[in-house]
Design a protein around this ligand. Structure first.
Ligand SMILES: [Zn+2]
Length: 119
């Protein structure tokens, strides 16, 4: 079986890292009859030919991970973390529930009715 020799400008399928999809690409560079670079026909970005293989490495959510790292750096002052649990344990002692003040009876608000017109 003879493989068709790719030529410049041929349309081949490849994974576009920019579109993150398997899309049509145009052969942009050949070395020894092997596709080296392709141009995405959707976003027109040139990138190395990936043999139409989807990227295997997939981190669950790199953005979320980065965001968490930033949050940890900004929010977790080591001192604050050390103090927070201490306060909680201090408050954990059973305190007698404060008696609520006897609520004063609600005042009856009377609106002055519009005075009847005289005469
Ligand atoms: Zn693309």
């Amino acid at each position: 079986m003879i493989e068709p020799v790719p030529r410049l400008g041929d349309t081949i399928d490849d994974y576009c890292p920019r579109c993150r999809l398997l899309l049509n690409h145009a052969v942009a560079s050949l070395v020894d009859n092997k596709v080296v670079k392709v141009v995405c026909q959707t976003c027109h970005s040139e990138h190395p030919y990936r043999n139409a293989e989807l990227p295997q490495k997939k981190k669950p959510s790199p953005r979320a991970a980065l965001f968490d790292q930033v949050l940890v750096k900004t929010t977790s002052a080591p001192e604050a973390e050390a103090q927070a649990p201490a306060e909680e344990s201090a408050q954990a002692e059973p305190e007698p529930p404060k008696k609520k003040k006897v609520a004063t009876p609600a005042r009856y608000i009377s609106r002055h009715k519009a005075k009847p017109r005289r005469g």
